[in-house]
Design a protein around this ligand. Structure first.
Ligand code: ADP
Ligand code: MG
Length: 378
């Protein structure tokens, strides 16, 4: 295949993801249930004989050149910090210098909309170098190295969910993930449902500082709830509902709210999986709404646009359930929708949202649950 940099020998693709339920639980050792979606980032590449990487992103209409011998964090907030971070982690883990590449990046995944384009961007380079350089690293190892790249090169202390979804998802399924044990199970979604990602048109604005603040509040909650009698409690995961009822009242209100969200959300993820296995649509809908309300009132990461969108989706024809998804303060809602009613759903949800939020330009993406990252030799 020919392109900007000549003839490519490799093509890799990694999907974005949408989280059905389990928000802000992953860095608390809790449960999440994401789906990879049939939108993602594609890289066409050829290996070079040296350690130079020349990259061009069509979505961002810009290029970047760096040398694998001197990968640095100096790329500021350029998109190049993601591939550089992945390269640095793979090199540190394998003790090898990777091959330089010439690569073109194409994407049909909106960036910064809560669909985790950053994880897809990391994952696509991880599988690419893993293959080109014959590193033979398994998917979990790649996911952890991508997560580390995001921590150290993008400054976002994310959990493992996004990278796991982009690298381990199976087509047609949601992924139930225990973020402590990394135990993973796959639950099929009914084939008659669509996954709708309903972007509010308000760019997600959860700065890394607000995100890191929530993390710290959760850590503080663990210290306060565990006390001396439960010294082994490492995360909110280890706090029982009884313990929370007993000691939660003694905590500062904000810390109590954060803990209430995380503890309740973990229970909702488990209940959601059961409801999915039993085909209990009504319970699925109630759990998604309860998750949204908890994120709005207790975790305080929603906003007017997300609340309008949640209502617009939930009241539209064919909706099984809807909630905000992703870290919050803008970005998107996710809705599960009966495919037979999809067109009516989209028309009604859009009209409702536009009437509520006339200043915003919403975008609706009807998606299918997709498989994780793939790489092939052309
Ligand atoms: P999200 O992960 O929710 O999409 P982030 O802010 O974590 O939002 O990641 C978005 C960033 O990922 C972009 O600002 C850019 O740096 C990088 N990125 C995503 N897609 C691409 C792309 N196609 N080309 C270059 N960089 C991209
Ligand atoms: Mg991201």
């Amino acid at each position: 295949m020919n392109g900007l940099y000549g003839t490519y020998e490799w093509a890799a693709r990694a999907p974005g993801r949408v989280n059905l339920i389990g928000e802000h639980t992953d860095y608390n050792d809790g449960f999440v249930m994401p789906c990879a979606i049939d939108r993602g980032i594609r890289v066409s590449a050829r290996a070079r004989d040296d350690s130079i990487c020349r990259l061009y992103s069509h979505q961002f209409q810009s290029g970047w050149v760096f040398d694998l011998r001197e990968v640095s964090k100096e790329s500021g907030d350029s998109w190049a910090r993601y591939p550089q971070g992945v390269a640095a982690m793979l090199q540190a883990h394998s003790g090898r210098l990777l091959s330089g590449i010439d690569a073109e990046i194409e994407s049909d995944l909106p960036a910064a909309s809560g669909l985790s384009s950053s994880a897809a961007f990391e994952a696509v380079f991880a599988v690419l170098w893993n293959e080109i350089d014959g590193l033979n690293l398994d998917r979990w190892t790649l996911a952890k190295l991508c997560q580390q790249a995001e921590h150290e090169y993008a400054g976002v202390k994310c959990g493992i969910m996004d990278q796991a979804a982009s690298l381990l998802a199976q087509e047609g399924c949601a992924l139930f993930l225990d973020t402590r044990s990394l135990q993973t199970t796959y639950d099929p979604l009914p084939k008659t449902w669509s996954l709708v990602v309903a972007d509010t048109g308000k760019p997600r604005a959860l700065s890394s500082s607000a995100y890191n603040e929530r993390r710290e509040q959760c850590e503080q909650a663990v210290r306060l709830l565990a006390g001396e009698s439960e010294p082994h409690a490492r995360a909110l995961r280890d706090i029982s509902p009884e313990r929370f009822l007993e000691r939660g009242v003694l905590m500062p209100p904000v810390i109590r709210q954060r803990a209430a969200h995380v503890l309740g959300e973990n229970l909702r993820v488990a209940a959601f999986r059961d409801a999915l296995q039993r085909g209990d649509k009504s319970l699925i809908g109630r759990l998604m709404r309860a998750s949204h309300e908890s994120l709005r009132l207790d975790y305080e990461v929603s906003c007017a646009e997300l609340d309008s969108m949640q209502r617009a989706c939930e009241t539209a024809p064919g909706c099984v359930g809807a909630r905000m998804t992703g870290a919050g303060f803008g970005g998107a809602c996710v809705a599960l929708v009966e495919r037979a009613a999809l067109n009516d759903f989209l028309a009604a949800a859009e009209a409702h949202y536009r009437a509520d939020q006339p200043g915003c330009e919403p975008v609706f993406l009807a998606c299918c649950p997709a498989q994780g990252a793939v790489v092939e030799r052309l």
